[in-house]
Each structure stands twice: as C-alpha cells, then as structure tokens.
Design a protein around this ligand. Structure first.
Ligand code: XLS
Ligand code: CA
Ligand code: CA
Length: 443
C-alpha cells in the first residue's frame, strides 16, 4: 500500500510550548477532564468529502489542490487509492471517527445498479480498514444534491421518478452504514427547497419529504439499523430557500409530521450564521428541546456571508459550544465532525494536518475552559438566581399553569410596580475571559 503522507508522522500531544507545528498544543486524547477523557468528550470525526475529495474549485476558478491519490484515471482504482489515503490520514491525525456521503467514497456508475456495486465494493474495503485501524464511522449520508437529476430536489422533486432514485440511494446507504457500524445517519437537504414560489407547491413538497423520512425510518427498522437519525438544518445554498431552515424550523417540521421522537439535529456552525443566528443559539435551542444530536464543527466568515466551511479556531465560539454540550452531558452517539475545508490557497498536504490540529486544539482548550466554568458553577448560579422568582408564589403558579389573567390582574393591582433588575451581561462576559486565563495559566 502506497504511503500518501510519507513526511508526516502520527501527530502527538507536545503541549503549548512546542515549536513543532505538526503536534497538538492542547488536545491530549487520553487526558481526563472531569470523569471523561478528552477523546470521549470530543468524539472528533473527519469529513471524507472535504479532506479527501476537496479540489479547491470555486465558482470563479479551477482546481488548485492536487492530491496524489487523485492521480489515477480509472474511477474505481482512484476510489481505492483515496480510501487508503483516508485511513492513513485518520490514523496519523488520531481521529476516532469519520463521516461520508455515498458518492465521496465510490463513483456513480452508468446505472443505479452499477453505483450500488461500486459503493458496496469500496465499503467492504473500508470495513477491513476500520477493523485494522480501530477508526469508526460516526455517520453516513447519501449525496442527493450533486447529480443533475437532483437539480429540482430529491424527495421534494416534482418528478416521482427522481424521488424513487433518491429512495434507492438512501436504502443502499442505510445498508452500508449498518455494515460499517455507523452510529448515526444524517439527512441534509441541500436541494430540498425552492428557487421560486411561482412553480412550487410548498405543502406537497414538505409532505413528500416527510414521507421520505418515514420510509427511511421503516427501512432502518426492517434491517436492524439502530443508529441515531439526524437532520441537518441549513437556510440556503445551494437552494435559495431550504425547508430545513434552522433548528426552530426543523423542530416545527418534525412535530408536524410525527418525526420528533425518532430524529435529533446535527448542527453546523456555518449554517447557524447563514440563518442569522450564532452557533451557540442553535446548539442551545436544540439542546433545550432534547434534540441536540451531533455537531458539524466549522466556522463561516461574517464578511463573506456564504458557506465557507473554515476550520474552527474561534475560542469564544467553541467555549460557548462546549458549555451547551457539557450541560447535556455530551453528544454521544453524536460527535464533533470537522465539516471544514482548507482554503484553496492552502495547497500542501501538510495544510490538511495543520487545519485539523488547529480545530482539535481549539475544541480541547474550549473543553477545559467550559468545564472549569461549569465546575465552579458561577454562570449556572447566575441563571438559576435570575429565574428564582418563578420558584414560588405567583411565579410558580405561572410556571405550573395554575393561574389566570384575572388573578394576575388582581396581583398586579395589589403589588408595587416591578423594579428593574440588572441582567449583568458585562459581568458575565468578563468571567469568560477570567476562566480563559485561569485555564491557560494552569497548562
Ligand atoms: C453542506 C452540508 C453537508 C452535510 C452532509 O453544506 O454541510 O456537507 O453536512 O450532507
Ligand atoms: Ca454539514
Ligand atoms: Ca457547510
């Protein structure tokens, strides 16, 4: 087997003072933070599509990232080489998980049957490589957006023939995810939406999409796939409006179509900002509803405003994210998937390592800071205290649904007018910086 990264050894933890750019400064997989190791808390996964398939292509320019595993012209031979490169990368970077779409791993054939065969062949090889390396599959998904047949959607396509092909792709991908021991299965509907309402029956499209998800659940049950089903919101791009706009919209959709008990949500940082929210908002809302299942860890660029899928390096964002994750006692069976790509100007193979090291280090440091804040309980105490007036008296009656507008009017008339109580935002913001320094000084 050819070595694709011959100049790069397994990346080790060397601490923040190391001058070796190919070492972890903060991520020490076996180090305990509370009662779990960093690896158990963070459950890092590598995205096959960006790291192995990314070419640097953009709407204005051609390929800039020339990968040696793509130097093979026969598509199935190229898929095999890419697979070997993938597992070499996963092991050298020390990620326990990976995620992929069917078409990342194996090429589409001339017919659906040939596509199925291609996928099965490569996935059998992947299973062997998983066994040899110990690397596991976090989630599988079907690419229902690249092929021209999906230009008007997959499960929301006005043509049922397209719906059927999409169903066949998901059926096969569920079988393959089961074979590979995948812990989750993701639906991201990049083309499930519309470009114009002049030609769109929104209600019918949403009903079709819900039926599609129900069929997937039924089939998973039939074949014995017990992994977690996830839906990934994104407001737009490639489609102008996508039905799974954001967490709030997805909750409404899942409730309307009786899917709420079988699905959780996979939240991507860059999709949150595209929807006009921040990462923490989407995580906190999903978590509050018991629906935070997994995370696509990346970041956008607020000056560009599109889905740039950059590696996460913003410590404040990651501290906020880890705070929500720790509060719900982790993400398992979900994880932190780096749905992130190097810039098209980062053309070295080593850049793939620098990028992942940066993301893993950022989350490791954020884990420590968020854990220290949680252990001290200052933030939690502030929030608890802020709402404590609902613990008794009229507050408790409101909370339990035991009062009425008539009683509240009586209460309001009999009592003094409410006095302003400071929300102390700045004081809390300072605490984050204080803990950041505290943790850094303890390293
Ligand atoms: C694209 C999405 C996609 C999903 C998986 O923007 O993030 O990569 O995560 O289909
Ligand atoms: Ca994603
Ligand atoms: Ca994205």
């Amino acid at each position: 087997m050819k070595e694709y990264f011959p100049n790069i050894d397994i990346v080790n933890y060397e601490g923040y003072a190391s001058s070796n750019p190919l070492s972890f400064k903060f991520y020490n997989s076996s180090e305990k933070v509370g009662d779990k190791t960093m690896a158990e808390h963070l459950r890092f996964a590598i995205s096959y599509w960006h790291t192995l398939c990314g070419t640097g292509l953009d709407p204005f320019g051609n390929q800039t990232l020339m990968r040696p595993w793509n130097d093979v012209s026969e598509p199935m031979a190229a898929a095999e080489e890419k697979l070997f490169a993938a597992f070499e990368f996963f092991q050298k970077i020390g990620a326990e998980y990976y995620c992929f779409h069917d078409r990342d791993m194996a090429p589409e054939g001339k017919t659906l049957a040939e596509s199925h065969d291609n996928l099965e062949k490569i996935c059998k090889m992947a299973l062997q490589l998983q066994k040899d390396s110990g690397v596991k599959l976090l989630w599988g998904t079907a690419n229902l957006f690249s092929h021209p047949r999906y230009m008007c959607g997959a499960a929301t396509n006005p043509d049922p023939k397209v719906f059927a092909v999409a169903g066949a792709q998901v059926k096969k991908m569920l079988e393959v995810t089961l074979m590979l021991g995948g812990e989750n299965y993701v639906f991201w509907g990049g083309r499930e939406g519309y470009e114009s309402l002049l030609n769109t029956d929104m209600k019918r499209e949403q009903e079709h999409f819900a039926n599609f998800l129900h069929m997937a659940l039924d089939y998973a049950k039939e074949i014995g796939f017990t992994g977690q089903f996830l839906i990934e919101p994104k407001p737009k791009e490639p489609t102008k409006h996508q039905y799974d706009y954001d967490v709030a919209t997805v909750i409404g959709f899942l409730k309307t179509y009786d899917l709420i008990d079988q699905f959780k949500i996979n939240i991507e940082a860059n999709h949150a900002t595209l929807a006009g929210h921040n990462f923490q908002h989407e995580l906190a809302l999903a978590s509050a509803h018991g629906l935070l299942g997994s995370v696509d860890a990346n970041r956008g660029d607020l000056l560009l405003g599109w889905d740039t899928d950059q590696f996460p390096t913003d410590i404040y964002d990651c501290v906020a994210a880890m705070g929500v994750i720790l509060n719900q006692d982790g993400l398992a069976p979900g994880g932190l998937n780096f749905d992130a790509k190097v810039r098209r100007t980062s053309t070295d193979l080593a850049d793939l390592f620098y990028a992942h090291i940066g993301g893993m280090d950022c989350f490791a440091l954020a884990l420590k800071v968020a854990h220290a804040i949680k252990t001290d309980g200052v933030m939690d105490a502030h929030i608890k205290n802020r709402y404590s007036r609902y613990d008794s008296g009229v507050g408790a009656k409101i909370e339990n649904g035991n009062t009425s507008l008539v009683e509240l009017e009586r209460f309001a008339l009999a009592n003094d007018a409410p006095k302003p109580v400071s929300a102390q935002q700045e004081k809390l913001e300072n605490i984050i910086n204080q803990y950041l320094v505290k943790v850094i000084k303890s390293l």
